[in-house]
Design a protein around this ligand. Structure first.
Ligand SMILES: Nc1ncnc2c1ncn2[C@@H]1O[C@H](COP(=O)(O)OP(=O)(O)OP(=O)(O)O)[C@@H](O)[C@H]1O
Length: 330
């Protein structure tokens, strides 16, 4: 590996009361977010919740309506994008079609006026990092989607950013490649010791990659923490539903979440009454879908489909230690 891996982590990000309004619409409401240096942070949430706006503020493609943004303790709130120490990798890799991989990666260095030999040296180093050095002279059209992705990554990293910003970087890849590139992103982030801020719609992606998951809703942070913290202790019904893998039971004393693999099916008369809607084979087991009288849906993961028929009313149950009380939705 050609990059120094023992450097001090870089890329401590701080949003301090950062808001962004577009006319009457508020895309981001007083965001307070600290991301420690060298963190893989995933911004997760439904469409329109403010993920991209957060990323664009950090990249310098937008300026906050109020509040401040710091990178490694420097106030970058109003700094031009190229002088922030951030680099952005987009969903569409947007490589220049007429330039070789090497020239694509060296492009921003050329713009900075770096002499040819030096910028090609740096670009090759980055291509080696992403294992694309043998393809240096190829044009983007002569590469697979996954290979183009790696070149795009090399191009973003060549400016030596403290924080790499990734906007849905995996969404254009087929599922097989997505898994592979996902693992590579994590490895690069670890080896470089810089912060990655990665916007995604996908819970699975965030769970697999993130040290820090920031789940957003309507311009605010709904919950943040490690993937385990968010999955194990969803704060609200919104989080439990968005993260998936949980049932939300509206009980008299307030709603609770219970993991789908910790919810059990008992005979009618015991537990929370629900009617079986269907049973799906999942390979490792069966997913039973059910609903209560009000139409609230539940899923139970279990090893057998034995004794269950659609239309049958049963009772749902859980161990006290598996229930998570939920705060009321705002
Ligand atoms: N340039 C703009 N002008 C007006 N409204 C905007 C602009 N950019 C974003 N918004 C609004 O701000 C809100 C947040 O948008 P943002 O793009 O940050 O959401 P997102 O979470 O990234 O969504 P998606 O997952 O669909 O990309 C949305 O309601 C959006 O319509």
């Amino acid at each position: 590996m050609s990059v120094a891996t023992l450097q001090r982590p870089r890329g401590a990000v701080e949003f301090i009361g950062a808001s962004k309004r577009f006319g009457a619409a508020t895309a981001l409401e007083a965001l307070d977010l600290r991301i420690a240096a060298g963190t893989y942070c995933c911004l997760l949430g439904p469409s329109g919740c403010g993920k991209t706006t957060t990323l664009r503020l950090l990249a310098g493609h937008e300026t906050p309506s109020s509040g401040d943004i710091l990178l490694d303790n420097q106030d970058i709130t109003r700094a031009p994008p190229a002088q922030r120490g951030t680099a952005m990798m987009f969903q569409s890799y947007a490589l220049f079609p007429h330039l070789s991989c090497l020239d694509n990666v060296a492009f921003s260095l050329r713009m900075k006026g770096m002499p040819k030999a030096e910028r090609h040296g740096r670009a090759m180093e980055m291509l080696r990092l992403v294992e694309m050095a043998p393809y240096a002279e190829r044009l983007p059209a002569q590469l697979s989607g996954g290979q183009q992705q790696r070149v795009a990554l090399a191009r973003a990293l060549v400016t030596n950013p403290a924080a790499l910003l990734l906007d849905e970087p995996l969404s254009a890849l087929d599922p097989f490649l997505r898994g592979r590139v996902r693992a590579e992103l994590k490895r690069f982030q670890r080896e470089l010791g810089i912060t990655f801020v990665h916007v995604t719609h996908s819970q699975d992606e965030a769970m697999a990659l993130a040290d820090l998951v920031v789940l957003m809703r309507a311009g605010r942070i709904e919950q943040m923490g490690t993937p385990f913290e968010v999955f194990d202790s969803p704060r609200t019904a919104f989080v439990a539903r968005f993260i998936g893998g949980h049932n939300v039971f509206p009980l008299e004393g307030g709603s609770i979440a219970v993991r789908t693999d910790r919810t059990r099916i008992l005979p009618l008369g015991q537990g929370y009454p629900a009617t079986v809607r269907g049973v799906e084979y999942m390979g490792t087991g069966f997913a039973v879908t059910l609903a209560d009288a009000a139409g609230e849906e539940f899923t139970v993961l279990r090893e057998t489909e034995e004794g269950l028929a659609a239309g049958e009313t049963v009772g749902l149950s859980w161990d006290a230690r598996d229930m998570r009380p939920l705060a009321a939705d705002a």
